[in-house]
Design a protein around this ligand. Structure first.
Ligand code: ZN
Length: 252
């Protein structure tokens, strides 16, 4: 049986309205058909699952924040009095969560579960529905920077990007390991420097002597520090490569 939501996830079927927004293992896009409310989005796992109980730990962790962000973006864009979140996956068995904006003046027969039974307004204004979905997805866009983990792990601290992206076990291990190596590096630097520091004050008499001493110390100490520096480089690379692989594996 052909699954429409798998088709949208693979790109074989165009999504209604704007291109879906990818967020980790999920996509966010407009409802397939016009509904009783104009602001109506779907949060859909990329892979074909039919039950909430079948979600992986990673999917389960990502779901709550994504539903909250989608509801908040929808509410901010529409000024809705209520945002509904519902999941049945009966007509389309591929698991999907409806996120619906209910306006303050919505008719009684389109509120609560009746939203699923009420007819869409006639005539359907597909252009307006698509434009609204596009604005909501645009609001979600900044938080969905796929490059943020790479930038944070590459420029701030090894593992920082993974921690921010919710991959706390891997990111935390990298960050702690990098911190431990830094402490060991500083300790070795101080110990090696003190060991080689001349006690004769003549070395500190003029600027030229100090420069020469610094160069000699740097050359002598470098081999002792190299293992720590290589380890730090390895941790940094591990964070960058993991983040880069995620970008490639999770294309928009
Ligand atoms: Zn499917």
């Amino acid at each position: 049986m052909k699954c429409a939501l798998c088709g949208i996830a693979s790109g074989a079927i165009p999504a209604p309205g704007p291109a879906p927004l990818a967020r980790g293992p999920f996509l966010v896009h407009a409802k397939l058909e016009p509904g009783a409310h104009a602001g109506w989005l779907l949060v859909v796992p990329r892979r074909h699952v039919e039950q909430v109980a079948e979600l992986t730990d990673e999917e389960a962790r990502g779901l709550g924040p994504l539903l909250r962000e989608t509801a908040a973006a929808l509410r901010a864009e529409t000024g809705a009095a209520k945002t509904y979140v519902a999941c049945f996956a009966e007509v389309v068995p591929h698991l999907h969560f409806h996120v619906i904006a209910r306006a303050g003046d919505a008719p009684e027969d389109a509120r609560g579960p009746r939203a699923f039974l009420a007819a869409a307004p006639e005539p359907a204004d597909e252009a307006a529905r698509a434009a609204l979905a596009a604005r909501v997805l645009a609001r979600l866009q900044p938080a969905d920077s796929r490059f943020r983990p790479l930038l944070l792990s590459g420029l701030l601290w090894p593992g920082a990007g993974q921690v921010v992206a919710g991959r706390r076990r891997f990111g935390g291990a990298l960050a702690i390991a990098a911190a431990v190596v830094c402490v060991l590096l500083i300790r070795a630097l101080v110990a090696e420097t003190l060991l080689r520091m001349p006690t004769d004050p003549v070395f500190f008499d003029d600027f030229g002597s100090i420069v020469a001493l610094s160069q000699r110390l740097a050359a002598e100490i470098r081999p002792a520090l190299a293992p720590y520096l290589w380890t730090l480089l390895g941790l940094w690379l591990a964070g960058c490569v993991e983040a880069a692989v995620r970008i490639v594996r999770e294309p928009r």
